[in-house]
Design a protein around this ligand. Structure first.
Ligand code: HXC
Length: 257
């Protein structure tokens, strides 16, 4: 299907979605968000895809929700999902998603990155929740995911002042998985994606789900989930193959990947 604000590409088992609204620093308007969610959910439903990379441009991953589009909306518009319905589906995807962030990741852009499983940052990346400067607060999960990622006090400073954080501070704070030179960002992101896509798909799905449960539940509940998921892994062919391959000193040939 034709898209106007994103570009998609698949290489082997890795899909890449590139946000492409250069005139607005990839601000998330309703068209971009619809296209992004549709593309991501289609890749998620395709068992031939083992990992998804989401990236932007050198200047901006995404500078936030589109302020001009939101400016005149009211309570009911926003409560009904406003220009951005459908995020629940994005957050329920089972395929690992890697955000490859260069330049600005602000507001909804920072929150989109935090909805992903892994955040790789170029040394040019700048993260922030500047909503407070607009008389609002984060609305895509930033007030909840940022403190879980970097702790209450750093998150409070960012959310209450709107201050941006560079890549190095973001890595030190636990907001990003790793910082890489800007010119190798996409290569690094694809390498991570290909590594994940080479593993057993059921094991990857279960591991991602367990990590999500860790973000959302008390420890006791997370440990119960893990115990069941771990036992269930022993019902898969891929567990037998993975362990036999280790004992036979060869690479595993997973059935599901
Ligand atoms: C709409 C945007 C935009 C945005 C940039 N643009 N960010 N348009 N929504 N979020 C547009 C500008 O209007 C401008 O268009 C063009 O992109 C280039 O931006 P400049 O400001 O000229 O670039 P620069 O001077 O380099 O400054 C970059 C910047 C600044 C610091 C990132 O653009 C900025 O502060 N943007 C807004 C960031 C922000 O507040 N994000 C949070 C949004 S609220 P023209 O036509 O003038 O060239 C949010 C809520 C999420 O995300 C929750 C939703 C439910």
């Amino acid at each position: 299907t034709e898209t106007t604000c994103i570009q998609t590409e698949t290489r082997g088992r890795v899909a890449t979605i590139t946000l492409h609204r250069p005139e607005a620093l990839n601000a998330l308007n309703s068209v971009l968000v619809r296209e992004l969610i549709d593309a991501a959910l289609a890749f998620d439903a395709d068992p031939g895809i083992g990992a998804i990379v989401i990236t932007g441009s050198a200047k901006a991953f995404a500078a936030g929700a589109d302020i001009k589009e939101m400016a005149e909306l009211g309570y009911s518009d926003m409560y009904l999902g406003g220009p951005f319905p459908g995020w629940a589906g994005f957050e329920r995807m089972r395929t690992p998603v890697i955000a490859a962030v260069a330049g600005f990741a602000l507001g909804g852009g920072c929150e989109l990155a935090m909805m992903c499983d892994i955040i790789l940052a170029a040394d040019t990346a700048k993260f922030g929740q500047p909503e407070i400067n607009l008389g609002i607060l984060p609305g895509f999960g930033g007030s909840q995911r940022l403190p879980r990622a970097i702790g209450k006090y750093k998150a409070a400073e960012m959310v209450l002042t709107g201050r941006m954080m560079g890549a190095e501070e973001a890595e030190r704070s636990g907001l990003v998985s790793r910082v890489v030179p800007a010119d190798s960002l996409l290569d690094e992101a694809h390498a991570v994606a290909e590594t994940i896509a080479s593993k057993s798909l059921p094991a990857v799905y279960a591991a991602k789900e367990a990590l999500q449960v860790a973000q959302e539940s008390p420890l006791s509940e997370g440990l119960r989930f893990e115990r069941q998921a771990f036992a269930a892994a022993f019902a898969t062919e891929d567990q037998k193959e993975g362990m036999r391959a280790f004992a036979e000193k060869r690479d595993p040939e997973f059935t599901h990947r």
